[in-house]
Design a binder for this molecule. Sequence first.
Ligand SMILES: *[C@@H]1O[C@H](CO)[C@@H](O)[C@H](O)[C@H]1NC(C)=O
Ligand SMILES: *[C@@H]1O[C@H](CO)[C@@H](O)[C@H](O)[C@H]1NC(C)=O
Ligand SMILES: *[C@@H]1O[C@H](CO)[C@@H](O)[C@H](O)[C@H]1NC(C)=O
Ligand SMILES: *[C@@H]1O[C@H](CO)[C@@H](O)[C@H](O)[C@H]1NC(C)=O
Ligand SMILES: *[C@@H]1O[C@H](CO)[C@@H](O)[C@H](O)[C@H]1NC(C)=O
Ligand SMILES: *[C@@H]1O[C@H](CO)[C@@H](O)[C@H](O)[C@H]1NC(C)=O
Length: 824
Amino acid sequence: MKETSIILVCSCLFSIMTFSSAAGDTIAAKESISDGQTIVSARGEFEMGFFSPQGNPLNRYFGIWYKKISPGTVVWVANREAPISNTSGVVRVSSRGIVVSTNQSTRSIWTSNSSASVKNPVAQLLDTGNLVFRDENEVENFAWQSFDHPGNTILPGMKCGFDLVSGVDRYFSPWKSDDDPAPGEYTSRLDKNGYPQLILMKGSVVRYRTGPWVGSRFSGVPVLKPNGFYTIEYVITPTEVYYVNHLVNSSESPITRAVLAPDGVSTRYKWNSDKHSWSQFLTLEAGDCDRYEACGRNGVCNVNKSPRCECIKGFDPKRPEHWAEADWTSGCSRNVELECGNEDGFFKYTGVKLPDTRWSKYNMSMSLVECEDMCLKDCNCTAYSNTDIRNGGSGCLLWFGDLKDMRGYSADGQDLYVKMAASELKGSKNSGKKTRVWIVLIPVFIVLAAILCLFLLYRIRKKRTKRAGIMQLNLYNVGDATREEGPDLDLPLLGFIQIAKATDNFSDNNKLGEGGFGAVYKGVLEDGQEIAVKRLSKDSRQGVKEFMNEVSCIAKLQHRNLVRLIACCVEEQERMLVYEYMPNKGLDSYLFDREKCKSFDWQKRYNIINGTAKGLLYLHQDSRLRVIHRDLKASNILLDYEMNPKISDFGLARIFGESETEACTTRVVGTYGYMPPEYAIEGLFSTKSDVYSFGVLLLEIISGKKNRGFSHPDHNLNLAGHAWRCHLENNLLSIADEVILNSSNEHEVFRVTEIALLCVQEYPEDRPSMSSVVLMLSGEIALPNSKKPGFYSDKQKPNDTTSPSSNNTSCSINSASVSFYAPR
Ligand SMILES: *[C@@H]1O[C@H](CO)[C@@H](O)[C@H](O)[C@H]1NC(C)=O
Ligand SMILES: *[C@@H]1O[C@H](CO)[C@@H](O)[C@H](O)[C@H]1NC(C)=O
Ligand SMILES: *[C@@H]1O[C@H](CO)[C@@H](O)[C@H](O)[C@H]1NC(C)=O
Ligand SMILES: *[C@@H]1O[C@H](CO)[C@@H](O)[C@H](O)[C@H]1NC(C)=O
Ligand SMILES: *[C@@H]1O[C@H](CO)[C@@H](O)[C@H](O)[C@H]1NC(C)=O
Ligand SMILES: *[C@@H]1O[C@H](CO)[C@@H](O)[C@H](O)[C@H]1NC(C)=O
């Protein structure tokens, strides 16, 4: 993307004018280069002169670009913030530095502000792409160099970092956009605080850290492996800290550059001389777990876990209620405060991205043992690690205060030793110092554990509950349940006979409903627990093993707005899922029931809307599986005793497999009226298909009418079409159920209706993601304008005009019709 645009810059550059190169690679006093002239480095690697970005042909900038390869790929710009609006630009040198001005005036537009004035000034473009300002006779000592003032591009040999003596701080800032070289809002720099680390900031907010340098790479960039063509040198001295990349063999290695894009993403490109184009070599991808402090303080983010955030050992969520809703920002706090002194010990964490080092101290010559000692002595020290992981590890890095922005890796990552009160380090080897205490405590524990076991056994025999747990699972397996399964399933298995008994042999009286995936029965287990049993239709051709894998995955999806799976049953042809029973049945039983809907006020509906949105967000984004529901509808939103919504049937699409569901869309997955056009017509689904269904659901909740089967005397539109029509007529609230409208909640109803229209837009890319929807519902972000919904009309009739006529009053027949205009 980036490359093409730059190559376009190039063609544009050269189509506007032909360049004439000034002699040599230097500008000396009394010489100048004007717009149209260029200077080329000695071996012809780089060229400098005036150019215009592609989308901005009127603005002229003085810059440096590749000459031999890829002319037009600009690597540095002088007057980034002060373009010249015509071709009168001139570059000269003075004793104070390089000056960019126009030919009519001596007032500079940009100067290089050299640190010292020189007698015989020259500016020279080197073959590295470095523009230097020096005295004619001082070949090595530069009074100024462009490599000290980087833009968005890192070239080999360019240092990034700071020099405490000269005060130079070299950091990178992207262009504002592909057409505007002015500094964008991000910066990528080495931070001076604590042990230096590379951080990406947006304004003054930290967005991403690569983690500190650990000898061979950055702690948080495991993809940065030794490679054949460039190396990174990282230098830490008391006065100077920087990293710099070098080509392994400057005549052999492919040319490379790293670019910080306007959106803050860093990408390293490699020149492919065969294809004559740039290819991406490495991207510092800011994924979910790379976002700074994704899991709050003392939390660890792991993309392979569900949920992806957890507290480090000895810590618990500060706000468990937020964590339960997948909002991890509040982080974790210690269970037991540190005692300070020799009572504390350390827990070794392996495979982590080291925490934010802005609150750290380091000593590169200390060993790990000395490091531990030092941390133990300092009451404020909370963790330690090596600074260098090579050759078995060396150096000492100490953290103080909360541990921020950690991430877990399955293979790569470092060891981190976290200080913990001795009582938290039960049985781990670090607690050796307290052997005496343990000798006393261990027998006590054994006795307590024995009592506990006996108690549990007693309870289980008596009650036979079915909560997840291996021990209980084994008990259930005795007798009628299947045994062919591996023991690692953390979901209890129930036998067919047990379920048959509980559901009165699947009697029709106990049937709660029939869904796309099979029939649902109500049952009561021996211990009195009410359950809902989904007997899956036999379409799934999955083997027992795959099915069990899938089910145990689904069992791990836990959220307060998802129905809880409590057990399953696999026997020969039978596949059954056992859920908690929801006494208030499906949302449809309230919404579309003339009597019940009268007491179904807005507060209840709004609560259901919010809960459903959160459950769906969890499925889409916060769970490891990234489940697309594909059959979201009113009857799949179940209500508990307190009318809290719980999404059911999630994850079933996975069990039935992609190919099957596509082949049998109508039979297995999807319900007309809730399916977006791209799914119904082309079989394409994504999280945005669920968003569409959610939008339809919102409209149904607001209007109390079904989308499909909706009828109106004035037109043949479905509910979504009707809502859109009312929206165009500025009478959106007329679709709302009279029951819910009163003056105090009009704003809310109006807003939710608008959100619904955004969700049912025709094109998936226009629809908001569930995370945006949740923000919109909470009123935290402004609503964009919506476009036409998908299936504007599902009952096509010839001559059905879709544009509303102005004198049409179709939206006013509802007696509760209200006109209400929200400010946009
Ligand atoms: C060119 O633009 C500069 C400002 O960018 C202005 O000062 C100068 O007068 C202009 N010259 C001509 C010839 O238009
Ligand atoms: C200044 O530059 C403009 C544009 O290149 C040119 O037309 C004009 O003749 C120049 N003026 C002087 C005094 O060189
Ligand atoms: C050079 O210094 C002047 C005055 O101190 C300042 O206004 C200008 O922005 C500086 N230019 C650059 C490129 O740093
Ligand atoms: C770089 O490659 C050239 C050509 O293969 C070779 O002659 C030269 O010795 C290499 N230089 C280094 C430092 O490896
Ligand atoms: C680092 O540790 C070594 C060995 O313990 C010690 O001699 C040295 O003074 C320490 N350096 C600093 C800066 O504290
Ligand atoms: C520990 O931190 C507290 C508060 O930040 C400070 O007052 C105290 O001096 C620190 N103690 C040590 C040994 O650094």
